[in-house]
Design a protein around this ligand. Structure first.
Ligand SMILES: NC(=O)c1ccc[n+]([C@@H]2O[C@H](COP(=O)([O-])OP(=O)(O)OC[C@H]3O[C@@H](n4cnc5c(N)ncnc54)[C@H](OP(=O)(O)O)[C@@H]3O)[C@@H](O)[C@H]2O)c1
Length: 342
């Protein structure tokens, strides 16, 4: 906890945190990033398997593993009640996140909610699947800003991917007086920095193209997702933890929470055709092929969504707080450490 003198300095203090998902791609990177910058930080993390717990403890000496599952709601509540901040990277799981909010609420003071929970989500909630999938950038579409479009982002139909969970988590946070930040990265490029799972979905398109012998897009392949490197995502989480736990005097600006707490994390935009051309050049393949929605579905049930849709985001909230991504070369990230990503 913060010493009496630390409150008057300008450097961020080391809080105590409880993490979930640390054996995963995103959570593992968050754990590694946090330990790298704040070696003295006290970290507890939910881990399902004893073997993973031992493995992680051998690498991170300041980590206390808590053996359990996201369905152990009373365990989650009691762990959250003991820390300054919770970071959830264990997927959409409303009961689990609400249980942690309950724990954080038990040590709440009155007044406006302080930032206490960072929960990972994703921008697939922005895809309007009532419109046909074409593979092309929708005419008239524009990037979503997490400042200008903050209300609209949290008001999309709740049956969309992530949307119901996002809205339920914010509603519970408001009801309990806990400040929640929903962190929404787009596509994640690069090798994970965590100790256990280092690769994510970017390998699927690469492997599919390799086995078909040709890169493919839907339509003209102008559908575009925003992206950020996995390393920069870890850095953004550490930055937000620092911002959230600074004393009121030293916090640079207002850290938005709840209805003002949806944060995109973004470096650039990348169309499907750019990805297809990059792997074509890397593997010396023939021309990029345009496939139908039906063929994309036959390749993978989620093919049309993964390869035929896209939404561009603007991380205006993080920019206002002073955070900037560092890794801008997406092609280098795809090939980082010999990675088979595209
Ligand atoms: N990866 C991406 O490209 C991407 C992009 C945007 C947003 N996100 C968001 O980031 C979050 C994490 O994604 P990820 O890619 O890191 O997923 P992941 O690699 O599959 O990791 C999931 C983590 O959650 C843990 N977990 C899952 N169910 C659990 C349970 N019932 N009890 C305890 N732990 C449980 C897993 O533990 P085990 O190891 O024990 O299974 C693992 O540590 C998700 O909310 C996702 O939507 C990811």
């Amino acid at each position: 906890m913060q010493s009496p003198t630390a409150a008057t300095t300008t450097s961020p203090r080391s809080p105590s945190v409880f993490l979930t998902g640390v054996t995963g791609f995103v959570g593992g990177t968050i754990l590694a990033s946090l330990c790298k910058v704040h070696s003295q930080i006290r970290i507890k993390a939910l881990v399902r398997r004893e073997t993973d717990a031992k493995e992680l403890q051998s690498v991170y000496s300041n980590l206390t593993p808590i053996i359990g599952d996201l369905s152990s709601l009373s365990l989650l509540t009691s762990q959250a009640a003991e820390v300054d901040l919770v970071v959830h990277a264990g997927g959409d799981n409303v009961p689990a996140v609400c249980a942690m909010i309950d724990g954080l609420a038990s040590q709440n003071s009155t007044g406006s909610p302080l930032p206490r929970l960072i929960s990972l989500t994703g921008p697939r909630s922005l895809i309007d699947l009532s419109l046909p999938i074409t593979g092309n950038l929708r005419e008239g579409s524009r990037p979503w800003s997490d400042v200008a479009d903050a209300k609209a982002i949290l008001a999309v139909p709740e049956d969309r991917m992530h949307a119901g969970a996002d809205q339920a988590i914010i509603a519970h946070s408001v009801a309990k007086g806990v400040g929640t930040m929903l962190l929404s990265p787009g596509q994640l490029w690069g090798r994970g920095k965590g100790h256990i799972k280092k690769e994510s979905g970017a390998g699927l398109y690469y492997a599919t193209v390799k086995s078909r012998g040709r890169a493919f897009v839907l339509g003209e392949g102008t559908a575009t997702w925003s992206w950020v490197s996995i390393g920069d995502l870890g850095d953004a989480v550490v930055f937000l933890i620092e911002q959230a736990t600074m004393s009121g005097n030293t916090r640079s600006r207002h850290v938005g929470v709840n209805q003002d707490g949806y944060y995109f994390v973004r470096t650039g935009d990348l169309s499907m055709m750019e990805r297809a051309k990059a792997i074509t050049a890397r593997l010396s393949l023939g021309d990029v092929e345009s496939v139908s929605v039906q063929v994309a579905k036959e390749i993978h049930p989620f093919g049309p969504i993964m390869w035929g849709c896209g939404e561009r985001t603007r991380a205006d909230k993080l920019a206002e707080l002073g955070w900037k991504p560092k890794e801008a070369d997406w092609q280098a990230l795809m090939e980082e450490e010999g990675g088979e990503r595209a």
